[in-house]
Design a protein around this ligand. Structure first.
Ligand SMILES: C[S@@+](CC[C@H](N)C(=O)[O-])C[C@H]1O[C@@H](n2cnc3c(N)ncnc32)[C@H](O)[C@@H]1O
Length: 258
């Protein structure tokens, strides 16, 4: 990425969003309508991703939660030889299914299997993708475009993925949070704003299906620091989440292709 100045990204995003609201069907092939469902990214979100990739030409894209989004991004970048695409997934079965759906495009994506587990990020307990995923990314690579559409929103929170990859972001990076109309995602956005302040700009697009939010990284992100009260709250929240979802977590560990 390089043609633009960071302050112009919001204008560009607002223009694209207005175009998508007006006529999404002119923006990407209608065939994508046939594969989207309630658990995939929406048609409008795919339109936005397409526009961002075509205009900003990101060199490193990372998504949390594979599926239709992976197929779509591989298709958009199929002729972009300088683009690295990483897809993080916690369920092996979905990762294998998605990989096999890609056919000739499968070499365009680096799949990273990262289980969901309790972990400390700057002395604060979260339940999220294993930190080991960072070892599978080039140490020097800056992430230009990040799509957070996992882990499964009705079970887990989606606040921690941004903290995990914080050091790989740079001014101008764009992070998309899917399903952002939901209460837990709204809490994640409020937390990000509290922690990162004016270093990030948040553009909410609530009228896209279940809501989509664009987070623009405007400046180098400050050092992560969580207050004692929040850390205590997170200990209870994370223990409760593991206890409540232990059955689900065991089930997904064992999910294999028949
Ligand atoms: C919203 S989905 C990701 C969708 C993907 N980005 C797409 O556009 O198709 C988020 C996560 O939910 C989990 N998931 C999806 N379907 C599931 C199912 N039927 N049972 C359990 N977990 C599921 C997967 O781990 C997936 O990464």
């Amino acid at each position: 990425m390089g043609w633009f100045v960071v302050s112009e990204i919001d204008t560009f995003i607002n223009e694209i969003v207005a175009d998508i609201r007006q006529s999404p069907h002119n923006m990407i092939d209608n065939k994508w309508h046939n594969v989207i469902s309630g658990s995939t990214l929406s048609f409008e979100s795919l339109c936005l991703i397409n526009a961002l990739i075509e205009k900003l030409r990101p060199k490193n894209i990372l998504e949390f939660g594979c599926g239709v989004s992976t197929q779509f991004i591989c298709d958009v970048i199929k002729d972009h030889n300088d683009c690295n695409f990483h897809s993080v997934e916690n369920i092996e079965k979905f990762l294998i299914q998605t990989k096999s759906s890609l056919e000739t495009n499968s070499n365009k994506v680096n799949f990273i299997l990262a289980p969901i587990e309790p972990m400390l990020i700057n002395s604060c307990l979260f339940v999220t993708y294993s930190k080991s995923l960072l070892n599978k990314l080039d140490k020097n690579a800056h992430l230009d475009l990040v799509i957070i559409d996992g882990p499964l929103g009705r079970i887990f929170r989606r606040d921690a993925p941004l903290f995990l990859i914080k050091d790989r972001l740079h001014p101008g990076s764009i992070v998309l949070l899917d399903d952002s109309n939901r209460p837990k995602e709204q809490e994640a956005l409020a937390l990000w704003k509290k922690i990162f302040g004016d270093s990030i700009e948040i553009i909410e697009v609530p009228d896209f299906h279940k809501g989509l939010t664009v987070v623009i990284i405007r400046e180098e992100l400050p050092h992560l620091s969580f207050c004692a009260r929040f850390r205590i709250q997170k200990i209870f929240d994370s223990i409760y989440s593991v206890w409540k979802n232990i059955g689900y977590m065991n089930k997904i560990k064992q999910l294999k292709l028949e």
